[in-house]
Ligand binder design. Structure first.
Ligand code: CA
Length: 229
């Protein structure tokens, strides 16, 4: 995912950037509100981490202008203190979530994951991989022109895989993204649901879709998808 970080404190910016990059995100950093806003408007970001207290334009204003311009990437605001006022102002400005400084980095990651999983507020775009098309807004899946009916969980699993073509995803990571955090079940449930997807999306079409990576998890292989065409 591509994340815009708007933070004026260099140490804080470096630490957050490093942490996000270690999680595999691409991170752009803006050190003030004006730069943050212009990047948010010109770039295509999956999420924005936005400090409230910034030189020049503050975080509330950046968020408001983004929303006014139709930019719906999820925004996590970083507030300096636990002021109810700031939280309300942030949410009023169109932020999706907020974190009070100082925060544990894991908490930021968890909030971002939740937001990224939820997707943008605007009608999300159709995801296409090979001959498979998934429309999150219409909740429809089409393979090779044929509509396939999926349950909500199957749909969420397929979307997670489709959005990361070629990436090997561990059962734990899939569980964390597709099932709730509180889900206490075993990772076998992932295997079960991959089985359901294969029955619906591979068997009737005679073409592979999801590759098993022995001892690790699963990957949706774009080359396999194309091979069927
Ligand atoms: Ca600041």
């Amino acid at each position: 995912m591509r994340i815009l970080l708007v933070e004026d404190e260099p140490k804080m910016a470096r630490a957050i950037r490093r942490g996000l990059e270690q999680e595999g995100h691409a991170v752009d950093v803006a050190a003030d509100g004006e730069d943050g806003l212009s990047r948010a408007l010109s770039g295509d970001y999956d999420a924005v981490v936005l400090d409230v207290m910034l030189p020049g334009r503050d975080g509330f204003s950046v968020c408001r202008e983004m929303r006014a311009a139709g930019r719906w990437a999820p925004v996590v605001m970083l507030t300096a203190r636990d002021a109810v006022d700031d939280r309300i102002r942030g949410l009023d400005a169109g932020a999706d979530d907020y974190l009070v400084k100082p925060f544990a980095f894991g908490e930021l990651l968890a909030r971002l994951r939740a937001l990224l999983r939820r997707g943008p507020l605007e009608r999300p775009s159709v995801v296409v991989a090979g001959d498979v098309e998934l429309d999150p807004a219409a909740h429809s899946v089409v393979r090779g022109g044929t509509r396939v009916e999926l349950s909500a969980r199957e749909f969420a699993l397929l979307e997670f895989l489709l959005r990361r073509p070629g990436e090997v995803l561990s059962r734990e990571r899939i569980l964390e993204h597709v099932w709730d955090y509180s889900f206490g079940g075993s990772s076998n449930v992932v295997d079960v649901y991959v089985g359901y997807l294969r029955r619906k999306l591979e068997e009737p079409f005679g073409r592979p879709l999801i590759r098993t990576v022995r001892g690790v998890g699963y990957a949706l292989d774009p080359t396999q998808l194309q091979a069927g065409e």
